[in-house]
Write a new protein. Structure first.
Length: 211
């Protein structure tokens, strides 16, 4: 797997570029901002971007979606339960003093258990609501990698005090969808450092009571 992590936006969002090494078809996960930086890296990696995957619709994760789509022609994937967050992005941007993201339309609604391919890579959609109603994670079994957005962090979990958030639902998502993956699975988080399932099972204080 070709994998590049870029830290973008004022909120230091982890944007992931993922590509198939054989076909160089690729995808972008959570292009939160800094579109020029993302596009430059896509070109340097010689990736043919086919999809833009959104783990959720919060304003800090969608800032560069429209320009990336225009540059690459990629289709946009997001759980429809987060549509209201995208629609309210101008208001949320004003609340946090951020630039208003350019509007875009989601091409494909994501659903739990859905499987899609990019080149020779196969991804499973895991519905992981709680941080937002439409939170989604993307698991590539063959590469032992899962991209979880703001659902899970190293030694922590996503906040649940934003519109549509629910901590009990978030913890259930983590326990039933993420922590059941093989322990050596690498976890790409929406902010901060990467981690593994094994590490979070052993050290994440929010999960200790469950195991």
């Amino acid at each position: 797997m070709i994998l590049e992590k870029l830290t973008v936006h004022d909120f230091a969002v982890n944007c992931f570029l993922v590509g198939c090494p054989d076909t160089h078809k690729g995808l972008v996960i959570d292009p939160g901002g800094d579109a020029d930086l993302i596009i430059e890296k896509v070109q340097s990696l010689e990736l043919d971007i086919k999809a833009i995957l959104l783990t959720h619709g919060h304003v800090d994760h969608i800032g560069a979606v429209a320009p990336i789509q225009k540059s690459t022609g990629a289709e946009i994937y997001m759980d429809p339960a987060d549509k209201f967050l995208v629609e309210n992005a101008p208001m949320h941007a004003a609340m946090f003093g951020l630039d208003v993201p350019e509007r875009f339309n989601v091409n494909h609604p994501l659903h739990d258990g859905e499987i899609f391919k990019i080149g020779d890579l196969e991804f499973s959609v895991l519905s992981t609501p709680g941080h937002s109603p439409g939170g989604s994670s993307f698991y590539c079994q063959m590469a032992k990698r899962v991209f979880v957005g703001d659902t899970l962090f190293m030694d922590s979990i996503g906040r649940s005090d934003l519109p549509g958030g629910d901590q009990n639902q978030l913890l259930d998502s983590i326990r039933s969808k993420i922590m059941v993956l093989p322990k050596d699975t690498w976890v790409g988080c929406g902010h901060g450092p990467d981690t593994t399932i094994e590490r979070e099972l052993a050290h994440n204080p929010f999960l200790q009571q469950a195991y």
